[in-house]
Design a protein around this ligand. Structure first.
Ligand SMILES: [Zn+2]
Length: 263
């Protein structure tokens, strides 16, 4: 049987991120959006998009200072996230409070994410790529999966979340889903005008990193961003100094579509 040639162009084309007006960025922990996608999110905010962060876990496991009580830890983490968000241009922050690195149910998480998709009505959703090989942190895998599934199901109104939200909901079209920390990126987004904002944002996360660790993290991010910008795919258009690799997809590519890994 002859080989069936794979199409060399994706149809419809990769969604245009610069058209984003409302973005919901869903992260397992309080710093993931900024570390892996903060330059892109800051650029979209500069371009006029409203940015909303949804944090899945309470993120208490990584808190360094063992003497701080839980209620104080929660306050500090939220204050650090807001301080970081001022650099990125985040408009609002929501937390689901699932136990960090703990036991929770996929269907509960998917329902909560669908509720926020119905409330926020984003045209783009960001999250971590759950198909990244060698991702050992289960919070990242299950967050990415729940978001990906929510992105394909939120318009099915028979799926219930909360009566008030569901009754007021009118279905709408999601332009795309964006996976950061992806092993299979199809886009390198130019962050040369926003990488400094991103690095400043990341430096706010002192509850979980020592100052030395933050220096190391920012240096590592800077090196990766320069490397991403130097890749041939990134250099095809105009040259830029710093980039973030992203997998930008339409939701139809997330179901019974075996070529998505190459798209
Ligand atoms: Zn994380």
């Amino acid at each position: 049987m002859p080989d069936i040639p794979l199409p060399d162009t994706v149809w419809p084309p990769t969604p245009d991120l610069m058209a984003a007006r409302r973005v919901l960025a869903v992260q397992p922990h309080y710093d993931d959006n900024d570390i892996a996608g903060g330059g892109t999110l800051a650029a979209l905010a500069e371009n006029g998009a409203e940015i909303f962060y949804l944090t899945v876990t309470d993120d208490l496991v990584g808190f360094i200072d063992q003497s701080v009580p839980q209620s104080e830890m929660e306050k500090q983490l939220q204050a650090e996230q807001r301080a970081a968000g001022r650099f990125i241009g985040v408009d609002d922050f929501y937390w689901l409070g699932y136990p960090d690195a703990g036991r929770f149910d996929h269907f509960d998480l998917r329902r909560d994410i669908i509720r926020y998709v119905r409330l926020v009505r984003p045209d783009f959703i960001f999250t971590c790529d759950p198909w990244m090989p060698y991702e050992a942190h289960f919070d990242h895998v299950r967050t990415g999966f729940a978001v990906a599934e929510a992105a394909t199901l939120f318009n099915f109104t028979r799926l219930a979340t909360e009566p008030d939200v569901d009754q007021a909901f009118e279905p709408f079209e999601l332009q795309g889903i964006v996976f950061y920390a992806s092993a299979f990126p199809n886009t390198v987004f130019d962050i040369s005008t926003t990488f400094e904002k991103k690095h400043q944002a990341v430096r706010q996360y002192a509850g979980q990193f020592t100052l030395e660790e933050l220096d190391g993290l920012v240096n590592l991010l800077d090196a990766r961003e320069r490397k991403a910008a130097a890749q041939p795919a990134a250099a095809a258009d105009e040259r830029f100094s710093h980039g973030e690799p992203l997998k930008v997809l339409s939701t139809w590519q997330l179901h019974v579509n075996p070529t998505t890994i190459h798209e």
